[in-house]
Ligand binder design. Sequence first.
Ligand SMILES: Cc1ncc(COP(=O)(O)O)c(C=O)c1O
Length: 371
Amino acid sequence: MAKNYTKIINSLPSSVPFVGPETQERLLDKQFDSRIGANESVFGPSPKALKVIKDEASSLWMYGDPENFDLKIEIAKKHNIKSENIVVGEGIDGLLGYLVRMLVEPNDNVVTTDGSYPTFNYHVNGYAGLLKKIPFKEDFEDLASLSSFSKKLRPKIVYVSNPNNPMGTFNNKNEIQAFINEVPDDTIICLDEAYADFVPDDELIDINVNQENLVRMRTFSKAYGLAGARIGYGIGHENLIKNFDKIRNHFGMNRISQFAAIESLKDHNHLKDVISRVKNSLKKIEVIAIKNNCKFVKSSTNFLAIDCGYDGLFAKKVLDNLISNGIFVRMPFTSPENRCIRVSAGTDEDINLFEERFPKALKQAKDFFNY
Ligand SMILES: Cc1ncc(COP(=O)(O)O)c(C=O)c1O
């Protein structure tokens, strides 16, 4: 048995980076009343994107353009770069897989933050890379340690998510630039900017496609509200981007997703509106946290980490209570970050439900632990 599988496959555990809310609903045998756990956008896609999705439905008999030509032109306009500096893929998740495949051979070192976005680690494990993890420093990614570790280990990739998931913290552009300057040239810096749309442009480092060891990842899953359409892109030096074309799944992009992304990029008003609705929603969640004597971590994303006041076991109990009461939320995996639960921005209805059920979840957890 299992004779024909690769050594890597045989060595891997049967795990997934995240258990989906649908899986949990099947286990609970009921649907969530509020889905505020996966940092999706409850505010949905642009009406322009929705229109093209409907209008183009009958063209689905055709494959999508394997070059993502028109979409790359729109992305290039947004960032004032050339199409040669852009790779489009099946979400950042898909692109992370390609990046690791391009660079990591068994036992190669890769550096990341312990407890940061786990899908990256999942891909590294899938190619038998060796993950070296730096702990968070007071809920922030510790850029100084990430760069000094990179100098020492000369890893194939150093991964940073900024703003960060799961804590929502943001390392400012001076810190990021200093980090980039410190990392050795032979290490590729993967700067995952899934939540960059929630940060004012002038607070992000300038786009610099001349740096050969930097790739920045963006997505349509968050502010653009197209998580289910699976569209992400990487920005980088032409030489780095060219290598994606050697291995990416050329027909991996859904034709309708390509059109939807193009229309989304043209709808600046919708993007602005979503960003302001997310900010309002997070403010309401902050107020709920305070009302329940909980602290929160200031967020630069579309979610808020609420500090439940005790350890990971306590926060897990709160989370479980919320889940069994119809509210889908998630929490960080590592200590001490796992003292928090992570709540995504929601509609007023979502937030009202959370406001009603969070105190009960806290109380049940306190009763359970006798606090
Ligand atoms: C830091 C980070 N990177 C990537 C992703 C996934 O992005 P995509 O939907 O484009 O695969 C997420 C989603 O939660 C994320 O938090």
